[in-house]
Design a protein around this ligand. Structure first.
Ligand SMILES: [Zn+2]
Length: 658
């Protein structure tokens, strides 16, 4: 190896400044709104604050335990430094270290913790020490065959780099320490030189670096990272991946590499890869005003939501490709619905909302967040689902960890950074997207507006916003009118059986006010003063949902929803059985909050017809029985149990003995 002088981060920056002819030139953005960083948002919400505390106290420690003790993920970095030892685990395992660090960074921002920060610093030193002089950093190749690096597009080197970049930025934002960020920048520059600047083709086998580079671009204002993100997207669909990430046996659409990204109109293949890539593409579109990406993604979004999404907001029905199958093929018991894919749905829909200003994307984000994603994390915080099926014969249970452990740290980083998804702003406009109790300082016009939100959601429909401080300027406030008031999801994949009052009631300082709804938001425009109180009451009742007939498994079945939460029946509440009843057509549903189970949840009770074999062994006897349903996300927190979400309404769809 040649003796290379390693430039310091500062000198690198200086060189970049001196050599780069193009700086970030502010362009008018297509973006309709901008996110409010979670560091400006203090979550006070009883529901979510508790989740964040569980992540901080338990989930992150579980990630640490498995990353450095119970598996060799940290040892791999130590071995690189020692130049001795065999790589442990799988070639993409470095990514879990970075994602855990990212979760730690967000959690430290919410709640400073000296010991946790010291642990992060310790890991960061090991990571930095394992970086090669040319910026390359990957323990798998460094410990196995360095001469083979960048020869196999499938081996996730760029995917690991993406997660390193995200972690570096998060840790820098939280602590002001740039050690990890500098490592990430050196690696990003190495990748840029190796591929884009050398005109060498490379199709990422697992997209993620695109969105990470966009974060790096925004964090550093260096255009080369935007260019590199665009370059990665542009590499796809040109055949460069043939024989590399796909071949005659593996469909190019599995890798979203069949056609160029801007020509894609349908969702295909691996769900997490697709979500990460479209998130990155949306980030690019927001900066480049590239309508090609937007057109493509609107079409893909409809394909996901209209034909390929579970009622939980989960996506990727098949385990074989960890991804999408044929339209309307959404089996329940074998639903794959990887937790990471739902996390990806949150990312992508947030970006689509900001590009369009349309609340329908938040409707989907909220559905994925409260149901399919949250299901991935146990109440205790130290058990996880990788897949999130909608029915189980007691055979699907939470795990402490996984061989491929992408999901635990992914749900941890999402929950810890939840404040990112509540508010958006632009100019003198403020949007409230999610109803989550929080205090926030929002940039509005030339000053700041401070709001305090409290809410009964997801259990009750009342939300209260108090203006803590406001400049003397008009502010247009947009409160999201949840789509679930009128339809479960856009499109006709699912629909309510019943009708119900749908319009929220708004009062300001106790007086009812009329409002207009635009793009799914209730709008009030006025000069706000300190102490103003807006109350926004969403009418909530149990809604029965039916599926499009094309979803064969759900024929003669209903699902129950109350507010943003989808419910399921678990054996634990029903004499160990969840498969032995049908829901009669005229059933009354009662909702009651129970603080004593599952950390406090609404339970829905109703009288069903219990179906038991008759003594003649030939016929069945219906017997009345009270059935209790719980939030889907909360199932399997009390041990193995039967569970189903789509409840039979006729004897033909029942299974007495699973
Ligand atoms: Zn995962």
């Amino acid at each position: 190896m040649k003796n290379i002088t390693i430039p310091t981060p500062v000198s690198l920056l200086l060189i970049a400044v001196l050599l780069s002819p193009v700086y970030l030139i502010a362009q008018p953005s297509l973006q309709k709104m901008f996110p409010v960083h979670f560091s400006e948002v203090t979550i006070t919400d009883p529901f979510w604050k508790r989740k964040q505390e569980v992540v901080a106290s338990t989930t992150i420690n579980t990630c640490i335990l498995y990353t450095e003790t119970k598996t060799g993920r940290i040892r791999n970095f130590e071995k690189v430094v020692a130049k001795n030892g065999k790589h442990e685990g799988v070639y993409y395992d470095d990514s879990d270290v970075y994602k855990a660090l990212e979760a730690m960074a967000y959690s430290l921002r919410n709640k400073p913790d000296k010991m946790l920060e010291a642990k992060a610093d310790e890991w960061i030193e090991k990571i930095a020490a394992a970086q090669l002089p040319d910026g390359y950093l990957n323990t798998y190749y460094t410990l196995t065959a360095l001469d083979k690096r960048w020869t196999d597009m499938e081996r996730h080197e760029d995917y690991c780099a993406g997660h390193l970049i995200e972690a570096g930025i998060a840790y820098h934002e939280t602590t002001g320490k740039s050690r990890l960020l500098d490592v990430a920048i050196r690696f990003a520059n190495h990748i840029d030189s190796t591929f884009r600047l050398s005109k060498r083709n490379w199709v990422s086998g697992h997209q993620e670096i695109e969105l990470a580079l966009m974060k790096l671009y925004h964090h550093t204002n260096q255009k080369r990272y935007l260019d590199l993100a665009v370059w990665f997207l542009d590499q796809r669909g040109k055949g460069y991946g043939k024989g590399k990430i796909w071949d005659e046996w593996k469909d190019p659409d599995y890798c979203q590499d069949g056609i160029p990204v801007k020509q894609q109109t349908q969702i295909t293949g691996h769900a997490v890869r697709a979500m990460y890539m479209y998130t990155g593409a949306a980030d690019v579109a927001a900066v480049n005003n590239d309508s090609g990406y937007i057109k493509s993604m609107n079409s893909i979004w409809e394909d996901v939501v209209f034909r390929n999404m579970y009622i939980t907001g989960g996506i990727g029905a098949q385990g074989t490709n960890e991804g999408f199958g044929a339209d309307y093929e959404l089996p329940n018991a074998t639903a794959y619905c990887e937790t990471c894919a739902s996390v990806g749905m949150v990312f992508w829909n947030q970006r689509m909302n900001m590009l369009s200003g349309d609340s329908k994307f938040i409707d989907v984000l909220e559905r994925s967040l409260y149901n399919a994603a949250l299901d991935g994390l146990s109440q205790s915080g130290d058990r996880f689902f990788y897949g999130n099926p909608l029915a189980s014969d007691r055979n699907h249970n939470r795990s402490e960890w996984f061989g491929t452990a992408c999901c635990p740290s992914n749900i941890a980083r999402l929950v810890a950074s939840l404040g990112n998804y509540i508010y958006t702003t632009k100019g003198n406009d403020v949007w409230v997207n999610l109803f989550i109790g929080s205090n926030v300082s929002l940039p509005v016009g030339k000053s700041n507006m401070q709001l305090s939100m409290s809410t009964g959601l997801p259990w009750k429909g009342n939300t209260r916003l108090e203006v803590i401080q406001s400049g003397k300027q008009k502010v247009q406030l947009h409160l999201r009118v949840p789509g679930w008031l009128t339809e479960p999801v856009p499109g006709n994949l699912y629909s309510y059986i019943d009708t119900a009052a749908a319009k929220p009631v708004m009062t300001i300082n106790g007086k009812a006010v009329a409002y207009n709804i635009e793009r799914g938001y209730a709008i009030v425009d006025r000069i706000w003063k300190t102490g103003d109180v807006i109350e926004f009451n969403l009418p909530m009742q149990v809604r029965k949902i039916k599926s499009n007939q094309a979803l064969k498994e759900n024929r003669n079945r209903i699902a129950l929803q109350y507010g943003p939460i989808v419910y399921c029946v678990e054996g634990k509440d029903n004499d160990d059985k969840a498969y032995n009843f049908i829901v009669p057509a005229l059933t009354r549903f009662d909702v009651k909050y129970n603080n004593d189970i599952l950390g406090g949840v609404n339970q829905i009770t109703f009288e069903a017809n219990l179906i038991q074999p008759a003594s003649d062994g030939k016929s069945v006897l219906p017997v009345k029985k009270s059935i209790t349903a719980i939030p889907y996300y909360s199932w399997n927190n009390r041990g193995a149990a039967e569970m189903q979400l789509w409840l039979p309404t006729s004897i033909g769809s029942i299974r007495i003995a699973p």
